[in-house]
Design a binder for this molecule. Structure first.
Ligand SMILES: Nc1ncnc2c1ncn2[C@@H]1O[C@H](COP(=O)(O)OP(=O)(O)OP(=O)(O)O)[C@@H](O)[C@H]1O
Length: 227
């Protein structure tokens, strides 16, 4: 299976804190990887480093074999917009735009004309169980629906990798289960890989692999569900 995204020997320090102390990780095509670990262990730092948001002090990040951690800021932010999708804990949808335009926005930012962008955006509504909600504004959606719109927005550019940081953190158990099920299945069907930080072992269990981080190091790399 081909490696889409890799981090080798990743080190990140904040003054006296070592957030990442030499992490190696590979993410394969259509792979879903959950990053778990105690608070402050380095999960978000790892996700942000792999996503080109934080630059490591040591090590390398490669996207399909090309090193991205040394790219200039403009090229790196263009790469993040085109090749990565992001889902956050609180959907971070624009409240004044209807759902379909929220999903179309990343395409419009890439220069796709509005009509075509909205048409392409609408294609994600059925797979994510959002049919009929295209014209609703975020304030008229439930928490689970809003997160599914956020997933559609992340997938709209047809990215290589979707990064999700506690995507179910604000949802109840049942909604969380439904959202993570769709996040993993629709992302896989799109051909993208998924890297997700979560505190919730039930959520992580939907992923192909679970990576445990402790004190900035990988303590366990498991293809199995953690207890
Ligand atoms: N911008 C920063 N400045 C200084 N220290 C930071 C910064 N960001 C993170 N840290 C520190 O780096 C370590 C790892 O933080 P990180 O946010 O990656 O942990 P986490 O596992 O995601 O935690 P949580 O589960 O609480 O979100 C922590 O000790 C944190 O205090």
């Amino acid at each position: 299976m081909s490696t889409v995204l890799a981090g080798y020997g990743l080190v990140k320090k904040y003054d006296s804190t070592t957030a990442l102390a030499g992490v190696d990780v590979e993410v394969h095509e259509r792979d879903s990887l959950a990053i778990m670990g105690p608070s402050g262990s380095g999960k978000s730092t790892l996700l942000h480093t792999l996503a080109g948001i934080i630059r490591p002090d040591g090590g390398q990040v490669l996207l399909r074999g090309d090193r991205i951690d040394k790219l200039g800021e403009n090229r790196l932010s263009a790469l993040r917009r085109k090749r990565f999708g992001f889902v956050f804990q609180f959907g971070q949808l624009l409240p004044e735009l209807p759902a379909e335009e929220n999903v179309a926005l990343p395409l419009m930012l890439e220069g796709v004309p509005r009509k075509e962008a909205v048409e392409r955006a609408r294609r994600w509504f059925a797979p994510l169980g959002l049919d009929g909600l295209e014209h609703r504004r975020p304030g008229q959606l439930s928490g689970g629906q809003a997160q599914r719109v956020a997933i559609a927005r992340a997938l709209a550019v047809e990215p290589d990798v979707v990064f999700a940081d506690e995507p179910t953190g604000a949802l109840d158990q049942r909604t969380s289960d439904e959202v993570v099920r769709l996040l993993t299945s629709v992302t896989r069907a799109s051909g993208a890989a998924l890297v997700m930080v979560t505190h919730d072992a039930d959520v992580a269990a939907h992923c192909d692999r679970i990576l445990q981080v402790r004190d900035g190091r990988i303590s366990n790399y498991s293809p199995f569900t953690v207890a």
